[in-house]
Write a protein of this length. Structure first.
Length: 232
């Protein structure tokens, strides 16, 4: 499981235990000892998971979670020395995916993380293609992959190759938020590198063409990227 985890705890021993547990499973681990550093590192490394202590001096874990939830749905596991039901409820209500109390078994923590990704993977499994494996459909949107043709409720949408590939990437996983880097890789199969601004420009033109036929299926997730609505 080649994923990135950000471990946030003001206790250095606990940070090291958690980092080691994930690295032993093949993850790439980053760490932060306070909330402000955690937010900065989140923007720098774009982790796939955050393990977040609640009780930290200065900015608490709940404050960090609220800030991150304004821009990302990345899975978050809270660590806490408190084992009260009300604390668990509050943690889950503000956006955590799981809640683990201290002391904890590092192997159980990693197992819980893997369980989260199994659930997410099931929710975001690719759409089934037609028998010809050349047609993708989601709601009113249809893509003919072989002919590079897009249709909204059977009305043809004239797209460039890049616009088509961007839409294809989004369509394979409705509801998933794609970063600009992920969209770039989906739209430029030859490994070409382009700036975030270029991706934004392509998305803007794609949205404009969709809007011309009364469609608005692409949503911006500020600070993260773009997603195709789950219901069309």
């Amino acid at each position: 499981m080649n994923k990135r985890v950000l471990v946030v705890d003001d206790n250095g021993d606990i940070r090291q235990i958690v980092v080691t547990a994930f690295e032993n499973e093949g993850w790439t681990a980053f760490s932060a000892d306070n909330g402000a550093t955690a937010l900065r590192k989140f923007d720098e490394v774009s982790p796939d998971l955050i393990v977040l202590d609640i009780l930290m001096p200065g900015m608490s874990g709940t404050d960090v979670c609220r800030e991150i939830r304004h821009k990302s749905s990345v899975p978050i596991i809270f660590l806490s020395a408190r084992d009260e039901d009300v604390d668990r409820i509050i943690g889950l209500e503000i956006g955590a995916d799981d809640y683990v109390t201290k002391p904890f078994n590092p192997r159980e923590l990693v197992a819980r993380a893997k369980a989260i990704f199994r659930r997410v993977g099931a929710q975001l499994s690719p759409l089934p293609e037609s028998a010809s494996s050349n047609v993708l459909r989601h709601g009113q949107l249809t893509l003919d992959v072989e002919r590079f043709k897009a249709f909204w409720n059977e009305e043809h949408i004239e797209l460039t190759k890049t616009e088509f590939l961007l839409l294809r990437t989004l369509l394979r996983h409705p509801g998933r938020v794609f970063s600009r880097d992920e969209l770039m890789k989906g739209a430029y199969d030859d490994g070409t590198f382009v700036s975030d601004r270029t991706i934004d420009s392509h998305i803007r033109r794609l949205r404009g063409k969709l809007a011309e036929i009364g469609a608005d299926p692409i949503e911006t997730v500020r600070g993260v990227g773009y997603t195709l609505l789950e219901e069309l």
